[in-house]
Design a protein around this ligand. Structure first.
Ligand code: EPZ
Length: 416
């Protein structure tokens, strides 16, 4: 339940990135031994990946707050069951490491979700270029590779997941692999730095051409997960709607250049600070147009946050989705129920800002849209009740407490 309140004020600690932690956990399949991951967020998607690794025979423990200890013994069951893949599509990233280490993997085929069809053709193409073969039976993909051999992989689109699977397979392949048109997200660079600590030879991660010199052996390591730029963006959106001044402790502004520039155009003042990022927002933002693109473009995960900010900004903004085909706009009906003036046309949304939204019961369709509905409630008269908040828990640790910590009027209630 969210009620409008005064401007936000104070400091929020930004946790580790979900979209890096999940892949680092999968990468522990690559070598036997003991791993320590620091700054791992306490979110349900991390629990799901822990359950998946545990079902494969790994031992995953969380001795305290944000540290994860993973023991990978000699034997691993190279299978990702439907129940777990169905809970989290990102489970598909165990495919590359299993193939690299065991030459075999059986993974349930991930279905579509709220964004529409989510094919894995580019994942399979990259692994096929390295020598893997595939068969699908009874909803499962069976992958085999006697020997993975380095090759030139050209991705049709800079897919994050396909780049990560190719990277984790190539690191143990014979010879050199070149991944062209690779994804450049900061989480890719974090995975590459983890693999290099393990003894891998990955060059150029973060650029669109990655070179991987295959090695014989890798060894377990200790690593700290990069901060979550999407979580940071969510608190900046809350600030943009409620006004005020906050510090995002641990946030990395160099991972958010495009976001900071765009919010600057809307009237926010943002600058790096000693311990992260400082930001101040006027009472009402100015509208801008927004286009989502692969990194370093504006992330598609920021988009619901921008639509929520534009819903109460001064002027009209056109939002264009270029990453997920289906437009990823289902939450817009919920915002319209709160009095927003938004029309969608294909993968565009035309958002005409209104002075104030009005609080209403709404339903979260996914992680990022759920958070966008919560922050929209900060700019609405009356009470906004966001149902299916479990979606938010998939990607955010203590979101309600962190918002309350900077003065938001928000409470969590278990729905019966
Ligand atoms: C990652 O998903 C993130 N998830 C997503 O964040 C994020 O939105 C997305 O990257 C884009 O930045 C995780 O890291 C767990 P893609 P991923 O492969 O890897 C198409 C969140 O809320 N495509 O880069 O699945 C695909 O359909 C989540 O944290 C193919 O067509 O994204 C999409 O349109 C949501 N064939 C586009 O590429 C393929 O084989 C980008 O997908 C692979 C992808």
């Amino acid at each position: 339940m969210v009620r409008p309140g005064g401007p936000l004020e104070g400091t929020v600690r930004i946790g580790g990135a979900k979209n890096s932690a999940l892949k680092l956990m999968a990468a522990t399949i690559l070598a036997p031994g003991d791993y320590v991951l620091h700054n791992v967020p306490r979110i349900s998607d991390v629990e799901t990946m822990s359950d998946l690794l545990t079902s494969m025979g790994l031992d995953v423990r969380r001795p305290d707050g944000h540290t994860l200890r993973i023991h990978r013994g000699a034997d691993v069951v190279p299978e990702a069951p439907y129940e777990l893949v169905e809970r989290m599509r990102a489970s598909i990233v165990v495919l590359g490491p299993l193939l690299a280490r065991f030459g075999y993997a059986k993974v349930a085929l991930p279905g579509g979700d709220d964004f529409g069809p989510r094919p894995i053709d580019m994942h399979l193409k990259g692994l096929h270029d390295l020598g893997a073969t595939f068969e699908t039976k009874h909803g499962y993909l069976e992958a085999r590779a006697e020997n993975l051999v380095g090759a030139r992989i050209v991705l049709e689109y800079p897919s994050v997941g396909a780049t990560e699977n190719a990277l984790m397979a190539a690191v143990l392949a014979k010879g050199t692999t070149v991944i062209d048109n690779a994804a450049r997200e900061p989480e890719i660079a974090d995975l590459a730095s983890f693999l290099n600590r393990m003894g891998g030879q990955v060059l150029g991660a973060g650029s669109s051409t990655i070179h991987v010199l295959g090695v014989e052996e890798l060894t377990p390591v200790e690593h700290t997960v990069v901060p979550d730029r999407i979580e940071a963006a969510s608190f900046l959106a809350a600030l943009g709607i409620a006004g005020g001044e906050v510090t995002l402790e641990g946030a990395r502004s160099d991972h958010m250049d495009m976001l900071v520039a765009k919010l600057g155009q809307m009237g926010m003042r943002i600058s790096p600070s000693e311990d992260g990022l400082w930001a101040m927002s006027p009472r009402r933002l100015s509208a801008v147009d927004v286009v989502t693109l692969p990194y370093p473009g504006l992330a598609t995960d920021y988009k619901p946050l921008f639509v929520a900010m534009l819903a109460v900004a001064d002027g009209v903004g056109i939002v264009t989705e270029n990453v997920f085909g289906g437009g990823r706009f289902r939450y817009i009906d919920e915002l319209v129920r709160m009095g927003a003036d938004i029309r969608t046309e294909g993968h565009h949304a035309i958002v005409r800002g209104v002075e104030r939204l009005s609080g209403a019961p709404v339903k979260a369709p996914d992680i990022r849209a759920g958070v966008a509905l919560v922050v929209a409630g900060l700019g609405a008269d009356g009470e906004t009740v966001v149902h299916d908040a479990f979606h938010v828990d998939r990607g955010y640790e203590g979101f309600v407490d962190k918002l309350r910590g900077v003065g938001a009027d928000i409470v969590r209630e278990r729905s019966t």
